[in-house]
Design a protein around this ligand. Structure first.
Ligand SMILES: NC(=O)c1ccc[n+]([C@@H]2O[C@H](COP(=O)([O-])OP(=O)(O)OC[C@H]3O[C@@H](n4cnc5c(N)ncnc54)[C@H](OP(=O)(O)O)[C@@H]3O)[C@@H](O)[C@H]2O)c1
Length: 319
């Protein structure tokens, strides 16, 4: 039987950030119906962010672009109600392209940081990521006048204490990690019960002293709620039949062990010592205590031995 996982703080890579193994993901807080299939009312979003600030988790992830800034605005309202950020709290946000024009220039990045500072009412960030650079590509992101130049300058000026890269395609993220300039990497939907694309990325990051954040371990929700009757989506898109079948098998295994699917989805990540923190998207205050509880549900080693074999075929992974 695995030991229940304690809510100890882990050092994130070589940074001085000490984070809880679970991090509140701010995507649903701002309301993203295209991703999650429902609206999050303003007050529920603010209450969720406020609950995050009350602990026991000390880590909250958002971005400039989530719901066109609404996630940051709601988190900013919560920070105001709380009377500021708790001392040991790690608030991460991300530099985003202009969603209208696609502008990913250094100048746009400075504006992105300023917008985030204003919405969140903070002068500096413990952790600031470059967000979804797949929209511009590695070369353009690294080029003079590009977004990485701006991110490095923001670190130099003290606007960001630590910098990260957060995005999708794992091969691209591996290239960013190889540059040696990032303190942290965030991968999503790619190190889960059914998709294992990010294994090598994670290992290379750890070997390089880069902190690893594993986000969207519910695949956007299906690995928390189960398949149900609605059309299955994984990673914010319709899931192909072999992925649906893998999810069904994992769900069946979890049921046979009496293990909540969401507990298995969370612990798949938190039991991996390479992961600095696991980022869970939530839009309800009560989800925080629920997540801490799910992370502590005892899960037999036999379950892990069997679930290991149940990933979807590798050619279905998001990669
Ligand atoms: N490129 C990037 O940087 C990137 C990409 C993806 C994700 N992320 C970060 O990682 C976070 C997590 O990813 P995600 O939010 O996209 O997806 P996710 O965490 O895989 O899934 C979020 C969904 O799971 C549901 N959920 C959570 N706990 C649950 C529970 N106990 N029971 C039933 N349902 C539950 C949430 O519902 P409720 O809304 O009802 O709570 C929400 O619909 C994001 O919010 C974001 O902070 C970053």
């Amino acid at each position: 039987m695995s030991e229940p996982i304690a809510l100890e703080r882990r050092r994130l890579g070589n940074t001085d950030l000490l984070v809880t193994p679970l991090c509140v993901g701010g995507g649903p807080i701002g309301s993203m119906p295209a991703n999650f299939g429902y609206d999050t009312p303003v007050e529920r979003g603010v209450e969720t962010a406020l609950a995050a600030l009350h602990g026991p988790l000390n880590f909250l992830d958002t971005s400039n672009s989530y719901s066109a800034g609404e996630s940051e605005r709601r988190i900013g309202l919560a920070i105001g109600r709380h009377g500021g950020l708790p001392d040991d709290f790690v608030l991460a946000t991300k530099l985003d392209r202009d969603l209208g024009s696609g502008d990913f220039s250094a100048e746009r990045m400075y504006r992105s940081a300023r917008e985030s500072q204003d919405r969140l009412d903070v002068e500096s960030f413990s952790l600031l990521h470059l967000h979804d650079p797949e929209h511009v590509g590695f070369e353009a992101a690294m080029a003079p006048g590009g977004p990485v130049e701006a991110l490095l300058a923001l670190k130099e000026r003290g606007v960001a204490r630590h910098i990260g890269v957060a995005g999708g395609p794992v091969e691209m993220l591996r290239r960013f990690v190889e540059t040696g300039v990032f303190d942290v990497v965030l991968t999503h939907n790619r190190w889960t019960l059914v998709d294992r694309s990010a294994d090598q990325l994670i290992q290379e990051a750890v070997d390089a002293g880069v902190g690893v954040l594993n986000a969207a371990v519910f695949g956007g929700g299906v690995l928390a709620r189960g398949l149900g009757s609605a059309a299955a989506r994984y990673g914010y898109r319709e899931a192909e039949p072999r992925v649906v079948s893998a999810i069904a098998s994992v769900e069946e295994l979890a049921n046979s062990f009496g293990v909540p699917l969401a507990a298995a989805a969370i612990q798949f990540s938190t039991r991996d010592p390479r992961i600095g923190s696991t980022v869970l998207g939530i839009s309800r205050p009560e989800r925080i205590a629920a997540a801490v509880g799910l992370n502590a549900v005892p899960i037999p080693d036999e379950f892990w031995a069997q679930v290991h074999e149940l990933a979807a075929p590798s050619d279905t992974w998001l990669s």
